[in-house]
Design a protein around this ligand. Structure first.
Ligand SMILES: NC(=O)c1ccc[n+]([C@@H]2O[C@H](COP(=O)([O-])OP(=O)(O)OC[C@H]3O[C@@H](n4cnc5c(N)ncnc54)[C@H](OP(=O)(O)O)[C@@H]3O)[C@@H](O)[C@H]2O)c1
Length: 317
C-alpha cells in the first residue's frame, strides 16, 4: 500500500510516497481503508522537527492525524464496528500515519462518519472539531451569552470555534486579516478585528473567553482584556500554562486554561451530531491528492489557509 514518509527533518521536500505492507490488526483493532485525510499545522511541525521533545527523532516516519474511510476488517473483540462501515476519526498527531491507504485504529479513535458529509469533508473535521468541542464543552466554563474573542477566526480551529460559539449563543469577536472579513461574517462572527489595523489587546474587562488559536499572545499580555472571571486559552500551551497555571488557577479568578486535544470516540460522536444538525460545517480551501503532499504541506505552512486543506488518499468507488 502507499504511504507518505518523511525521510529527514526539514522542509516539505523530505516527504515521499513509499510502498509498504498493509497493517495487521490485533483483536482490539480496526483496519480502515483510508479515503481522505487532512493537513494540520501539527503535521508540518512534526516534519520540521519542532516537536522532537515529544516525538523523539526516529526516521523515517509517517505523518497524519485525521482520516475518513471504510472499515475493511475488525478484530474479534471489536463490538461496535463492522466491515463496510463509513467512518472518520483522529489518531495522536505526534505519532500519526493517516497519510496512507490503510491504518489500524482502536475504538476510542473512530466514529461513524456524519451522513451529510462526503469522505473529503469528513476527513477535515476530527482534529479541529475535537479540539474545539473539548474547548467549549470540557475545558472552559462560560456564562450565558458570553463574550468571546477568537484570534485566528478564519483558520482550521477558528472557523469551527466561531460556529460552535454562535450556536451556544455567545457574542463572537473574530480576529483575521481584511481579506477574510466577509468570510468571517458569513460563518457568524459578530464583530471583526483586522489585526493589521487594530491592537487585539486594546480592550479592557471585555471578554469572558480570549481564545488565541494563532498563539501569538500570552495570558500575561491578554488578561486585562478579560472580565473578572474570564478565561484565557491558547492553542499552544506554554510552560507557564502547563506547569504553573493549574496552581494559579486555584487562587486567581481569571483563569489560564490548557488545551491539548485528545482522541475520544464519545466526543467524536457528539461532533458528528453537531455536523448532522448543521451547527458545524467545514470550509475546505483546497483538496490535494496524496501524490501532491509536498505542495499541500507548503500551502498549510503559509499560515493563511481559510478553513482546512484536505488530502485525497484514493478514489471513492
Ligand atoms: N492545543 C491543541 O490541542 C491544538 C489542536 C489543534 C491545533 N493546534 C494549534 O493551533 C494552531 C492553529 O491551528 P489551525 O489549524 O487553526 O491553523 P491554520 O488553519 O493554519 O490557521 C490559519 C489561519 O490563521 C489566521 N492568522 C494567521 N496569522 C494571524 C494573526 N496574526 N492574527 C489572526 N489570525 C491570523 C489566518 O488568517 P489570515 O490569512 O486572515 O491572517 C488563517 O485563516 C496551530 O499552531 C496548531 O498546531 C493546537
Amino acid at each position: 500500500m502507499k504511504a507518505v514518509f518523511m525521510t529527514a527533518y526539514g522542509d516539505a521536500n523530505c516527504l515521499e510516497i513509499r510502498e509498504i505492507k498493509k497493517p495487521v490488526i490485533d483483536d482490539n483493532e480496526i483496519l480502515v481503508k483510508v479515503i481522505a485525510s487532512s493537513v494540520n499545522p501539527v503535521d508540518w511541525k512534526v516534519r520540521r522537527g519542532d516537536v522532537k521533545f515529544i516525538t523523539g527523532s526516529k526516521l523515517p516516519r509517517q505523518l497524519g492525524a485525521d482520516y475518513s474511510g471504510v472499515v475493511e476488517n475488525t478484530g474479534k473483540h471489536v463490538k461496535n464496528f463492522n466491515r463496510g462501515d463509513e467512518v472518520f476519526g483522529m489518531i495522536n498527531a505526534f505519532n500519526g500515519n493517516t497519510y496512507s491507504e490503510f491504518i489500524k485504529v482502536r475504538e476510542n479513535q473512530i466514529a461513524i462518519k456524519p451522513d451529510n458529509l462526503n469522505f473529503i469533508e469528513a476527513a477535515t473535521m476530527p482534529l479541529v472539531g475535537l479540539t474545539i468541542y473539548q474547548l467549549f464543552f470540557q475545558i472552559t466554563n462560560l456564562p450565558d451569552e458570553a463574550k468571546v474573542l477568537i484570534n485566528g477566526c478564519s483558520g482550521g480551529l477558528g472557523h469551527i470555534a466561531v460556529q460552535i460559539a454562535k450556536n451556544l449563543n455567545f457574542h463572537v469577536t473574530g480576529v483575521c486579516s481584511a481579506k477574510n472579513a466577509s468570510y468571517a461574517k458569513s460563518i457568524g462572527v459578530d464583530c471583526i478585528i483586522d489585526y493589521n489595523k487594530e491592537n487585539i489587546l486594546a480592550k479592557k474587562n471585555t471578554y469572558d473567553l480570549f481564545f488565541d488559536a494563532v498563539a501569538n499572545t500570552s495570558f500575561k499580555e491578554a488578561k486585562h482584556t478579560l472580565k473578572s472571571n474570564g478565561e484565557y486559552v491558547s492553542s499552544i500551551p506554554s510552560f507557564q500554562n502547563l506547569v504553573l497555571a493549574p496552581i494559579f488557577n486555584l487562587i486567581l479568578r481569571k483563569k489560564n486554561k490548557k488545551l491539548w486535544v485528545k482522541p475520544d470516540a464519545e466526543n467524536l460522536r457528539s461532533l458528528s451530531t453537531l455536523i448532522e444538525n448543521k451547527i458545524v460545517k467545514p470550509t475546505i480551501e483546497k483538496v490535494y491528492p496524496i501524490e501532491d503532499i509536498i505542495n499541500a504541506h507548503r500551502h498549510s505552512e503559509t499560515g493563511t489557509v481559510v478553513g482546512k486543506i484536505a488530502l485525497t488518499i484514493r478514489e471513492v468507488n
